[in-house]
Design a protein around this ligand. Structure first.
Ligand SMILES: [Zn+2]
Ligand SMILES: [Zn+2]
Length: 179
């Protein structure tokens, strides 16, 4: 058992999976808002002068994209709060009520780390943990003497100078320290 396999799972979850988290309703809402903005600028607002068409196209596209991205952002936040054990209702409200995307900025500043499950006992753990609090499963590479976090390429602990090669790291990690 080691942190290595869990890290590979984490890598598979990032990137594309991050985008896949945006729910269908928010994609639909984004398209709807974009179309609605085109309707507003081309049909609802009065326009008598044809030479203003490029301006109308630009404004429609600008506001349409703005509202559409906001809908996608809301969708992302609504899913993101769940895996961080935060209150979905409160944070959606903050994102909607605070204007100009300030709510979303506040959310990204204050959000808690993603919770994952211990591969060994399924306890919910924060990504900053080095060991599972319930079964001592190792989640991240740590120094064998002071138990502070180390990089997998480190040969000695940066905090206490311990020789990390003595820690019985997985073979994959020992390969680094032999060089
Ligand atoms: Zn555990
Ligand atoms: Zn150390």
């Amino acid at each position: 058992m080691s942190w290595w396999t869990t890290r590979q799972n984490d890598a598979a979850l990032s990137g594309d999976a991050e985008l896949m988290m945006v729910p269908r309703w928010s994609i639909a809402l984004a398209v709807l808002l974009f179309v609605a903005m085109q309707v507003v600028f081309h049909l609802v607002l009065p326009h008598h002068k044809h030479e203003l068409l490029p301006m109308r196209l630009m404004m429609g596209f600008f506001w349409g994209s703005l509202f559409a991205s906001y809908a996608l952002l809301l969708g992302y936040v609504s899913q993101d709060v769940k895996r961080r054990d935060m209150s979905p209702g409160m944070w959606m409200l903050v994102c909607v009520v605070l204007p100009c995307g300030i709510g979303a900025v506040v959310y990204f500043l204050l959000r808690q780390p993603v919770l994952s499950r211990c591969p060994n006992c399924s306890t919910q753990i924060a990504s900053s943990y080095h060991f599972c609090p319930q079964c001592q499963f190792q989640m991240a590479p740590v120094c064998g003497r002071c138990y502070r976090g180390v990089k997998i390429t480190d040969v000695f602990c940066t905090q206490c100078g311990h020789d990390l090669a003595q820690d019985g790291a997985p073979a994959r990690l020992r390969a680094y320290s032999d060089q």
